[in-house]
Write a protein that binds this ligand. Structure first.
Ligand code: SAM
Length: 353
């Protein structure tokens, strides 16, 4: 090596942000072989699937959009309210793709072998990737390619949960927590340099459908995370995307909510879900300035206030947190108490109250 070459800085790569081997898998056999077996199954429970459909239906707000389902199977999760001009699927299993009734066309293409997308520049209004980003071994190239084939201002919507084929998911995905995965996908968007800053969506802790095969285990519905962004350069006057929230509406009118809040001191019912709040011991800590011994908290894991809180906290920069409603009996006042998990704070419940 000559001296000049020795001083030359190598081109920085976004892969340098990750540990070596981050995008390797336990099963490095040909993806086409792994996906050759037909899997006409749903990868999520029905509550989670309805959230996916709602996201797709609400975020894609173009008229008769041309959509690419990237890493498609037999179901593209397009709600009946959305009227696409065309849906194109790209995936690995031909039988699943040809059985997918939403698709007008499909292509069998291995993205990990060739991350270039076989489509012209500025073709699609939206690209949707559902429960599959964890299998991308060359995500930065793929996200860059999505940026190329989207029309300016077009949407890239990446939706994922916590289920996966472990052998085929990348090491970095397997080792990350659910919240870290949101940050990983955010990095894919950021370093492809084609998109506006991404937005985030979380739906976690909703009740599992009663007829689901895992319902008896008491586990909540599969969580849904979405990271999405528009391609830079949207034409002036383009319709903005809506603020998505699965629990969009309050359970009651503003007036009714105010009435219920005023009544809490007598009813001890959560104004949001109507469930009895639980007496809760306020923790003693040298750092705490709380002057009350007990408060009342809503511990209903399905309360809309808690369920909406994951998304609302994420928007405020507190990703991974929600809040429960607390009633302070000294001040006759309701306030949010942040929680990182559904089990947090439960140790303070005073039983039989
Ligand atoms: C868990 S399934 C999800 C299918 C579909 N998106 C859904 O929501 O039901 C993963 C999908 O990723 C696709 N896939 C996996 N590896 C791929 C690769 N290397 N190139 C292209 N598609 C791939 C498979 O064909 C499979 O349909």
């Amino acid at each position: 090596m000559n001296a000049a070459a020795g001083c030359q800085a190598s081109t920085p790569s976004p892969y340098d942000l990750f540990a070596q081997g981050a995008f390797t898998r336990k099963d490095e056999t040909d993806d086409r072989e792994f996906y050759a077996r037909d899997r006409f199954v749903q990868h999520l429970d029905s509550v989670a699937l309805s959230t996916v459909e709602k996201l797709v239906g609400e975020l894609i707000n173009e008229e008769n959009p041309v959509i690419l389902d990237l890493m498609a199977g037999w179901d593209s999760h397009i709600p009946s309210t959305l009227k696409p001009g065309k849906v194109v699927g790209l995936g690995l299993n031909e039988n699943e793709l040809s059985g997918n009734r939403a698709l007008g066309e499909f292509v069998v293409h291995d993205l990990n072998v060739d991350p270039r997308l076989p489509f012209a520049d500025n073709t699609f209004d939206a690209v949707v990737n559902t429960v599959s980003v964890d299998y991308m071994t060359r995500p930065f190239e793929i996200f860059g390619e999505v940026g190329r084939i989207l029309k300016p201002g077009g949407l890239f919507l990446v939706i994922f949960s916590n289920r996966m084929f472990p052998g085929k998911a990348t090491r970095v995905w397997q080792e990350a927590s659910e919240q870290e995965r949101v940050v990983i996908v955010e990095q894919f968007f950021k370093y492809s340099d084609a998109f506006e800053s991404p937005s985030f969506f979380t739906s976690k802790g909703r009740p599992r459908p009663k007829d689901d095969k895992y319902a008896h285990l008491g586990i909540p519905s599969d969580p849904i995370y979405a990271v999405y962004a528009d391609k830079k350069g949207a034409p002036a006057g383009k319709k903005p995307r809506p603020d998505v929230c699965v629990y969009s509406g309050q359970e009651c009118s503003d007036e009714e909510l105010e009435r219920r809040k005023k009544a809490v001191k007598d009813t001890l019912l959560c104004p949001y879900c109507g469930e009895k709040m639980k007496k809760w011991t306020v923790p003693v800590s040298p750092f705490s300035t709380w002057d009350l011994e007990y408060a009342y908290l809503c511990f209903n894991d399905q309360c809309g206030y808690l369920l909406r809180g994951w998304e609302s906290m994420s928007k405020q920069g507190n990703r991974g947190y929600s809040y429960r409603l607390m009633y302070d009996p000294l001040r006759d006042y309701c306030m949010p108490l942040p929680v990182p998990t559904l089990n947090a704070l439960k140790e303070g419940i005073v039983e039989d109250e």
